[in-house]
Design a protein around this ligand. Structure first.
Ligand code: SAH
Length: 350
């Protein structure tokens, strides 16, 4: 059995976030049937092996005896937005790092989990609060999968996932891919890939990896503006990648997965709301099938930007549509609790 403890220290932080196949290499489970059972219990949020009543008692005792924790995070607080019913979760990780996840509910009762892929972020986007934290570290597959497990415990009908919380998912792609595999698995949530969206500031190699190897989740690009010098000044790290290269990667993704790509456009008053921005956007989008998601900037007191007025946002949306593009405006959910896009910024406990 010694190989089990070896594996534990090198690759396993907790049991959540591992597919049945991987679980059978971490735990003394000798059939895929048993591995699936344990996997299913863990992702339903079982508190201990003792709750796994369809597993023989002796095996339950053996599993508990390995000492490998089932989870590596705990919910230290939840905060509900009285306006729109969104709930922000604060999670503490085993090393004391703190991350946030958000349960978003839209008017039609659809529930979406907004997950973090990193504690903090290294991309430095000037309009985003998470950037100010810097990057603490990337999250393990367990830490990503557990965020969804916690949310599902509160709202079992959460049907969609977006990687739009803290961090840049394509800077932690292997862990994100593994978490997606867990979410998709029939013994956990059987979530269709089309109900999961990875949002990226635009890392071409990561987009190409998703295009070629999958999984075929939906893709959203935080474009912000297609005026390249402006984009680089607003997004110092992401702006380093030429838009031409980003567009080629998106085209590759679209050719293989045949899905409409979302372009997220955070509207910053007086900055990316000019006629030149419309022209550049139309040029960038030509040849791609896109939906522009217009997001009026969610304010953060310490950041030097101004929220656009409602009618200015509406006027800009109209200009986008007049340029021949599909556009929907997304008013920040969870703003009342600093849980909207770009407002997540937890203080570390230690
Ligand atoms: N790093 C990824 C995912 C996290 S950000 C990405 O860049 O896409 C999720 C979305 O929130 C992005 O589209 C980002 O541009 C947007 N965003 C960041 N700060 C914001 C703010 N203050 N108001 C509105 N949207 C914001």
């Amino acid at each position: 059995m010694s190989h089990h403890s070896l594996r534990r220290s090198s690759t396993t932080d907790s049991l959540a976030g591992h597919t049945p196949d991987r679980l059978s290499r971490i735990l003394p489970l000798d059939t895929s049937y048993r591995s699936s059972q344990v996997f299913s219990w863990i992702h339903r949020g079982a508190a201990s092996f003792d709750e796994m009543t369809n597993i023989p008692k002796t095996l339950r005792t053996t599993l508990a005896g390995t000492g490998i924790p089932m989870y590596s995070s705990r919910v230290t607080g939840t905060q509900a937005d009285p306006q729109d019913g969104s709930v922000k979760f604060s999670l503490e990780l085993s090393d004391g790092a703190v991350i946030e996840s958000v349960l978003l509910s839209d008017g039609k009762g659809r529930k979406t989990a907004c997950l973090s892929s990193q504690a903090g972020c290294a991309m430095g986007c000037t309009f985003c609060r998470t950037a100010a934290m810097g990057l603490k570290r990337s999250l393990s597959p367990s830490e990503i999968a557990e965020q969804f497990m916690h949310i599902r415990k509160m709202a079992a009908d959460t049907s969609h996932i977006v990687f739009m919380g803290m961090g840049e998912p394509l800077a932690n792609l292997e862990s994100v891919k593994q978490a997606v595999e867990v979410f998709h698995h029939p013994e956990s949530y059987a979530m269709s890939h089309r109900r999961m969206t990875i949002s990226t500031c635009g890392i071409p190699s990561g987009i190409r990896s998703l295009a070629r190897e999958g999984p075929p989740v939906r893709l959203a690009l935080s474009l912000i503006t297609a005026r390249e010098p402006l984009r680089e000044s607003l997004m110092p790290a992401a702006g380093k990648f030429p838009l031409k290269e980003i567009k080629e990667a998106l085209a590759d993704h679209q050719a293989r997965h045949r899905q409409r790509i979302t372009l997220e456009y955070v509207l910053l008053k007086g900055i990316n709301d000019t006629p030149e921005d419309i022209k550049a956007l139309a040029r960038f989008a030509s040849g791609l099938q896109v939906l522009v998601n217009l997001i009026p900037w969610n304010p953060a007191a310490e950041l030097p930007f101004t929220e656009p007025a409602k009618n200015d946002t509406a006027a800009f949306a109209k200009r986008i549509m007049n340029a021949g593009l599909n556009c929907v405006t997304r008013y920040g959910k969870g703003r009342g609790i600093n849980g909207a896009c770009g407002q997540l910024a937890a203080q570390s406990a230690r």
